[in-house]
Design a protein around this ligand. Structure first.
Ligand code: IPM
Ligand code: MN
Length: 360
């Protein structure tokens, strides 16, 4: 298969981790005779530095002419510490999601058998957890009208949703559940928010098309508690933009590190694959960031194009690296010197020589 992949590695550790995903994809191309072409473009703080625009026109048009996008990370402390900055790196990512219509962000959360003791949560609580979070990505409070009074003492962000925005991701969530354990949990705040009441109404209606799937509701505050009290109860979690952002960072504790969580952002036309972690500025350039989220995002990219054996090989390589403790310091308690690039090389070697069990 020929695939043109736009690489937007972005800020902080973005380039370091994305490079490892590219290594893995190149190894897959070699092993399975595919032709993957990569083109890079700026986004985020780097793009602001280079052309004062967090999403330059050329970057957007590259994305629109590519088959898929591999995204790194976004954000820089100089903006975090300056809340009044008008141009911000995050705007690049948000605009990209909006312009490309990437309305569904799928975030798998899983407790790896070999990492059960890495989570601060008890083993019996997390063992067997396998959740797929469906986060709405182009609506809600992230994109509603913003207001700041002239004296800058009053501000607001509007949370708005339309029936259509809710319906389209709900169909995806229910279809996913049909291939899983057939349960969808809608996370909302319908006891307080009008927008959440619309979610409940629309999701309940859509659910009638999927009689084989059980639909459950949880208020977000309770869901936040249930996520670490009893995560095994969840199969597909469906939720709006901001609740999904928060709940998925929380859920990353189950896996042992946020550096393991990959995601796919999909719409009707385009697809982008991005780790859920941020730009981790403290680690930038140190070769210590966990590249697994980026590598697993590459696996999700392959699955998107139905290259299931290819994706499976990446996942096998990842599991092997976890088993052998070829992992970065965030999850490594055995060795303290395994770098980002070392993990990437291990995964690459495994893909090229899957039967060579003595490779390390
Ligand atoms: C994420 C990130 C982004 C978000 C930021 C960087 C805008 O936290 O992908 O989860 O809030 O969506
Ligand atoms: Mn987030």
């Amino acid at each position: 298969m020929e695939l043109n992949i736009a690489v937007l590695s972005g800020d902080g550790i973005g380039p370091e981790v994305t490079n490892q995903a590219i290594k893995a994809l190149n190894a897959i191309a070699l092993e399975f005779n595919h032709n993957f072409k990569f083109k890079t473009a700026d986004v985020g703080a780097v793009a602001i530095d280079n052309c004062n625009d967090p999403l330059p026109k050329d970057t957007l048009s590259l994305c629109k002419t590519s088959d898929a996008i591999l995204f790194g990370a976004i954000g820089h402390p100089k903006y975090d510490n300056n809340p009044s900055a008008k141009v911000r790196p995050e705007q690049g990512l948000l605009k990209l999601r909006k312009e490309l219509g990437l309305y569904a962000n799928i975030r798998p959360v899983k407790a790896y058998q070999t990492l059960l003791d890495k989570s601060p949560l008890k083993k019996h609580i997390i063992e067997g957890t396998d959740i797929s979070i469906y986060r709405e990505l182009t609506g809600g409070i992230y994109f509603g009208e913003k207001y700041l009074s002239e004296d800058e003492n009053v501000a607001s962000d509007l949370c708005m949703y339309s029936r259509e925005e809710i319906e389209r991701i709900t169909h995806l969530a229910f279809k996913a559940a049909q291939n899983r354990r057939r349960k969808v949990t809608l996370v909302d705040k319908a006891n307080v928010l009008e927008s959440s009441r619309l979610w409940r109404k629309v999701v309940t209606e859509v659910a009638k098309d999927y009689k084989d799937v059980e639909l459950d509701f949880l208020f977000v505050d309770n869901a936040a508690m249930q996520m670490i009290l009893n995560p095994k109860q969840f199969d597909v979690v469906l939720t709006e933009n901001m609740f999904g952002d928060i709940i998925s960072d929380e859920a990353s504790v189950i896996g042992g590190s946020i550096g393991l969580l990959a995601s796919a952002s999909v719409g009707d036309k385009y697809a982008m694959f991005e780790p859920i972690h941020g730009s981790f500025p403290q680690a930038t350039g140190k070769d210590i960031a966990n590249p697994i989220a980026s590598i697993l995002s590459a696996a999700m990219l392959l699955e998107h194009f139905e290259l299931f054996n290819e994706a499976k090989l990446i996942r096998m390589a990842v599991e092997k690296s976890l088993k052998l403790d070829i992992t970065t310091p965030d999850i490594n308690t055995k060795y303290d010197n395994i770098t980002t690039s070392r993990v990437g090389e291990f995964i690459e070697d495994f893909i090229l020589n899957p039967n060579d069990t003595n490779m390390n």
